[in-house]
Design a protein around this ligand. Sequence first.
Ligand SMILES: Cc1ncc(COP(=O)(O)O)c(C=O)c1O
Length: 407
Amino acid sequence: MATTTTPNAFALRAASLLKGLRDKGEFKHLQVLESPMDAEVLIRDAAGKPRQVLCFCSNNYLGLANHPEVVEAGIKALKDYGAGTASVRFICGTFAPHLELEQRIARFLGVEAAYTFVSCWNATEAVFPTLAEPGDAIISDALNHACIIDSIRLATVIKKGVHKFVYPNNDMDTFETRLKEARNTIDDDHAIWVITDGVFSMEGSIANLPTMRNLCNQYGAILCVDDSHGTGVMGKTGRGTHEHHNMQGADIDLFTGTLGKALGGAAGGYIAGAKDAVELIVQRARPTLFSNALPVTVACSASKAIEVLDRDPSRVDRLRDNCAYARKQIRAVGFEVIESPTAICPVIVGETAKAIAMSKRLLELGVYVIGFGYPVVPEGEARLRCQISAAHTHQHIDALVDALKKL
Ligand SMILES: Cc1ncc(COP(=O)(O)O)c(C=O)c1O
């Protein structure tokens, strides 16, 4: 075989980019866990030994990731159905538990239908490239999750002539201006799509869904909500951000959400809403036509998680109480946390390297909290994102606050 003397451009570039991350202290190390996700976890320390720490960086909001019934449902599914179907769903890839899970999600949210995917990322990527058509407009909050941004980008590439509008986070005046602009841009045969996170994942703030619903009605727009951080958390029974605002599921035209946070925590995502919108996704979305189903073990665990939540919504009360307690205590030691009923308490620290260094120090103190920096959040707004769970006790939260105090 001939040897090449041409430098490998990609290899040089990759080495240089990775060196840059290391030099700036922005290189992410993957922390290995040696126990199930819970309020307390075993991490693998630098010497390769397990060490117990308090976990405040998981989206295990309801503490269901290691719930005995949720675990058992997954084991039973593996025994009943094996690992999977080795096929995409429309060929021979759908098990009865997929349909049962989808009916359960639709009932839980109070909408007509739902369809599951291996992740919410996949579900979201299915939405706009499938449902939007050239001549439609999509209006998006500037702080929407990356999967929404990419879904819109993909739609504008695949369906040339889709118009995109962005408004500053939760700014309802500019949102109305964008609706007006969209209405003036498109003709009556085309649709205006509005998409927002229910709970903004880096801020812990919530979308003003009642105002958005009213404005969408006024301008004839379709309201879509990604409630990945709201489902299981917000509202009296954990239905989500719409329930927090005393709205019904049917007040939202299309939901996207994850099964990888409050609802079992394994993986998986869904879209939910009107039957025809869901059916179009089943018939035409590329992630449904060209990619395998959610593993059946995960489908059964997620179904059980929703059943457990439905049976005992007191977990949501416990979570709400923990969130209020954590905010009060964090503030009491001099940190600033946005006031909100969500389980995301970001402590802003400034530079990315500082956030990473602080989270490293917290881990030494026995508290596992992640520092988020650029490009996940804007430059200069790096933060420690403390995430609260129903699995935490007030003593766990006191230990978090003690460690923050030591910083
Ligand atoms: C708002 C939001 N949407 C979607 C996702 C993606 O979810 P999944 O892990 O199921 O792809 C996340 C995960 O971080 C999220 O925070």
